[in-house]
Design a protein around this ligand. Sequence first.
Ligand code: NAP
Length: 329
Amino acid sequence: MLNQQIVLAARPHGMVKSGDMALHSAQVPNLQVGQLLVKNQFLSVDPAIRYWLNAGTTYIRGVEFDEPVRCFAAGEVVASRNDEYSVGQWVTGLLGAQEYAISDGVGLARCDPTDGPLSQHLGVLGMPGMTAYFGLLDKGQPQAGEVIFVSGAAGVVGTTVGQIAKIKGCRVIGSAGSDEKCRYLVEAGFDAAFNYKTEDTDAALKRLAPGGVHIYFDNVGGDTLDAALLNLARGARVVICGALSQYNESAYAGPKNYMKILTARGILTGLIVFDYAAQWPAAVRELAGWLREGKVSTREVIEPGLSSFPDALVKLYQGGTFGKLLVSV
Ligand SMILES: NC(=O)c1ccc[n+]([C@@H]2O[C@H](COP(=O)([O-])OP(=O)(O)OC[C@H]3O[C@@H](n4cnc5c(N)ncnc54)[C@H](OP(=O)(O)O)[C@@H]3O)[C@@H](O)[C@H]2O)c1
């Protein structure tokens, strides 16, 4: 059986290009004892994929040439020689940008169809939703009445952070790169949102949070992080979740205003969602409940066909889309 894959063709330098990836065909090998075969139905287009295309190892090794581009995918088990998985089950995991994936079951998550459609298990009920949940609740420790600022707010992580913060009784401010995205955030329950491309972030925070920000949930890094540091309330927590403004840069810019952590008696903390893997099932159940109750909502954009994956990754960084970006296989 032939397997269509999107593989790494050239190491990206600067902004990722669709030509850095290529469509490739390979045979699906026979299953060994302990393995299962998944037919991917959706691929998750996540910002971290750009980071994983770099050479070397950080918290995870870089993708090699001619290897399927690493990404989360959701699909159905179509053959199994693993006692833990049976044909017809829905699973998600780092299954790669390809039609079929062989797995030994390690790192796979079973999806309960009653929680939501398969695509949502890559978004609000999947790795990005887990990032929002643990990043905010464990690292951010929100208290009712506090002010939280979320950057990159119109993505699935940012919107879910804001909505969980509302559940916890916080006042929520988001930033995003267009007026349309800001309107969406207010419809999604944010108290306020501003367009960081047309309003200075420091000025916007002074306008919207004159008493300071108790939690800054940082999805973008760079100048936005520096502006947020200028506006911390005493005892603030800064959760470093991601650096959308930096992933395509060869050297990452560090914060200039870090002394504000000292004067605010604040905490700057980092997050890797995989550290919470053992707690994901309980968090998925709670998020699925909030979805059913309408306290959390989600928006998906689905690009058709495996071959659209490279363009979709470029589009993610161009900011032309928002919500959860997926590719249907
Ligand atoms: N630490 C972890 O374990 C973990 C796990 C998952 C995700 N994350 C991080 O969580 C963050 C959000 O993830 P997501 O999937 O929800 O992403 P996302 O918001 O869907 O990412 C795409 C958006 O990024 C924004 N963007 C692109 N270039 C930018 C730039 N130069 N400066 C500022 N914004 C830029 C654009 O929105 P605008 O139009 O609004 O600029 C674009 O629509 C990312 O940083 C991701 O790496 C971390």
